[in-house]
Design a protein around this ligand. Structure first.
Ligand code: ZN
Length: 205
């Protein structure tokens, strides 16, 4: 299983970090070792002073595909969940400056939070590009988005990624984060909702 994360897929988030909205999708990977174990706390790594939360809608790939045409992309998924792409922003800034890959900042142990529950789009009664989601820290909403604001839509992302790498059953696509990213602190209680269902719950230590 691999996790493909889309960077800068919401305009206002790209701008808040001083980045230009991209002209084509950009993505990076998290290994399976990055997945935070179910019901475990997230421990801020001792080598970073600025770990950010990024809430993202997660699309689960349901069958093998390569070079998938956009018009057929919707055949490759029918369930979505919610995730957090924890990012060591201080480390990422150094890597960005040096033109180096981001893995140290993005792919460390525990950096991928994935909801236990995934919902079928049929059950939600919604298209994948009309999904509300949000993230709260200690009861206050800090990020709230709707997938209609994605710069590159899910079907475009699947077509784009699968030009370069085969998508396999169970692969997950983190589809990018809306505006409002920020630092987590020890003691924070993070919750996230997808279409009103609270399906993320993480304690920060
Ligand atoms: Zn992200």
């Amino acid at each position: 299983m691999k996790i493909i994360c889309i960077g800068r897929n919401y305009r206002d988030h790209a701008l808040e970090l001083g980045n230009k909205p991209p002209e084509e999708p950009m993505f990076f990977l998290k290994p399976d070792s990055a997945v935070l174990h179910k019901r475990h706390a997230f421990y801020i790594p001792d080598w970073s002073d600025e770990v950010h939360y990024e809430v993202e809608v997660v699309v689960k790939i349901k069958k093998l595909g390569k070079a998938i045409q956009k018009k057929f992309a919707s055949r490759y998924y029918d369930e979505i969940g919610l995730g957090i792409d924890f990012t060591a922003r201080d480390v990422q800034n150094v890597l960005k400056e040096a033109g180096h890959p981001w893995e140290k900042a993005k792919s460390f142990d525990g950096s991928a939070v994935i909801s236990e529950e995934f919902y079928s789009l049929e059950k939600l009664g919604k298209g994948v590009q009309n999904i509300d989601f949000d993230l709260s820290i200690n009861g206050y909403i800090v990020q709230s988005g709707n997938t209609s604001d994605m710069l590159f839509k899910v079907d475009e992302l699947i077509a784009y990624i699968s030009k370069f790498m085969t998508l396999k059953t169970g692969d997950l696509i983190f589809t990018g984060t809306p505006v409002g990213v920020g630092k987590v602190n020890s003691g924070d209680k993070i919750t996230g909702t997808l279409e009103g269902f609270q399906i993320l719950n993480v304690n920060v230590k």
